[in-house]
Design a protein around this ligand. Sequence first.
Ligand code: COA
Length: 259
Amino acid sequence: MYKNILYEIEGAIATLTINRPDKRNAVNYDTVEEIDQALTQVEKNPELRVLILTGAGDKAFVAGADIRELDKRDTILGRTETRRRQEVYTRIEQLEIPSIAAINGWALGTGLELAMACTIRLASTKAGLGQPEVKLGITPGAGGTQRLPRLIGMGRAMEMILTGDPVRAEQALAMGLVNRVLEPDKLMPEVKKLAETLATRPKLAIQYAKEAVLRSAEGSIAEGLAHESYLHALSCGTMDKKEGVASFLEKREAKFTGR
Ligand code: COA
């Protein structure tokens, strides 16, 4: 069904792999549309609890936008293409379920932007992360100037974006751009372990908590606190809240139902 991605499901975990390893998984227009279609599949499947995003092969997560297409991008396409990517990446960010970027190699340009739209990022020691757009005479356009400073702070984001130079995995870890760095063969097992943990947590509490945390990056603290309070109130009305509290008081394992 897909040409440029793989979409696989294992239990409650879906894995979307950008699959153009001979082009270092560079994302072209068709790939963006395929990611969007896969997101519709994710949203329509109520059994899913976590989405993993990764890149095929051992060299790249995603080495940026397809530079062959960039060659033809003029002002008009520059606007439509970036709006489309922003829309699709924001869809990942706003999914009800959390997503994990398994950064197995280069995450450059749109690749880093894709990883930053995910809820959590884990990287292999082979990863390199950067926004090299200025080296091509352009600026980031799929969220880089907005999500990078929110994740690592203004000064460090400025340095990465204005030099265009990538950081290695360990530097990304020190900046908080990734949560953990693992040997390449340990990356997917660790990502899956984290995904399994998230999948065991009560579904609605995860959904509301994720939404509240995302809101912290926007607007005022007063609005964020009000939103947090309403989401907390909603979580108090769930069956899983009854079960979670009862299981603690009765000293037993909780059996969550996602309701
Ligand atoms: N767009 C299109 N093709 C790309 C690509 C991209 N962003 N990144 C890599 N490729 C292609 C190369 O053109 C090459 O194709 P070919 O075999 O048909 O010539 C193939 O992938 C392998 O690339 P190569 O540079 O030989 O791989 P490498 O492992 O030595 O280096 C990178 C990997 C990621 C460091 C290097 O490919 C690179 O710098 N890519 C561009 C990164 C970039 O500027 N991205 C931002 C775009 S906004």
